[in-house]
Design a binder for this molecule. Structure first.
Ligand code: ADP
Length: 227
């Protein structure tokens, strides 16, 4: 991921809000980068621009050496809330990205892959349950499977475990770190928690608000088996 001189403004009630100003950042393949800063510093805006969900006002963004226009195939994303469809089983939620991009038949053919992913996140016997039969942490693990089903190279994580209690969050962070290293995935995670950033990141981009920008980038030199 290569970001150059990104600006993004919003207008609300006639006022111009500079959500991002002059943001540049490179993320190498396999790297885990955390965007850390107080609320309102533009973390979600930046992540949404990388995901192709929001256009920048100016500046450039490339993923895998091509300009981002629309949502790139290489990207999988996760939000603070798992947003599973309540009327579909866990399994049918996980195949949704395939169903939408390649149709029902392709989704049916991916059931073996669904079982592998459920096993990977410790939900082996829960595929046929409904989302509301699972705890918050389990639902977020199902959302991890849905993010991974199309085998994205880059994972964008917008405070993925922020709605969970502290103990579950720490446990899920450990699982996510282990998962990204094992699968060799690139990850960009947004958080306002310093301890979470230090625990997860290879590099931390520290952001501040008004205007939202990167104040500095910190290399985190900790052993990788930091559990
Ligand atoms: P963070 O994720 O760090 O909390 P955001 O990216 O959500 O920050 O927001 C950055 C700034 O941009 C804030 O001042 C926010 O109010 C503003 N902003 C974000 N999205 C919009 C929008 N759709 N319309 C107007 N202002 C927005």
């Amino acid at each position: 991921v290569s970001i150059r001189n990104l600006d993004r403004t919003f207008t609300r009630d006639g006022n111009t809000i500079q959500a991002l100003s002059g943001v540049s950042l490179d993320v190498a393949p396999g790297e885990f980068v955390v965007l850390l800063g107080p609320s309102g510093c533009g973390k979600s805006t930046l992540l949404n621009i990388i995901a192709g969900l929001l256009p920048p006002t100016s500046g450039t963004i490339e993923v895998a050496s091509h300009a981002v226009t629309g949502v790139p195939d290489e990207i999988g994303m996760m939000f603070q809330k798992p947003v599973l469809l309540p009327w579909r089983t866990v399994r049918d939620n996980i195949v949704l990205p395939i169903e939408m991009s390649k149709g029902r038949r392709a989704a049916k053919a991916a059931q073996g892959r669904v079982d592998e992913l459920l096993d990977l996140v410790g939900l082996k016997s829960f595929g046929d349950q409904m989302p509301n039969e699972l705890s918050g942490g389990m639902q977020q693990r199902a959302a991890i499977c849905r993010m991974l089903i199309n085998e994205p190279d880059i994972l964008l994580l917008d405070e993925p475990f922020g709605a969970l209690d502290e103990f579950t969050r720490e446990h899920m962070n450990m699982q996510m770190l282990d998962l990204t290293h094992r699968l060799g995935r690139t990850a960009i995670l947004v958080t306002h928690s310093i301890s979470e950033a230090v625990f997860l990141a290879d590099r931390i981009a520290v952001m501040c608000a008004r205007p939202g920008r990167i104040m500095g980038i910190v290399d985190v030199d900790l052993p990788k088996d930091r559990t």
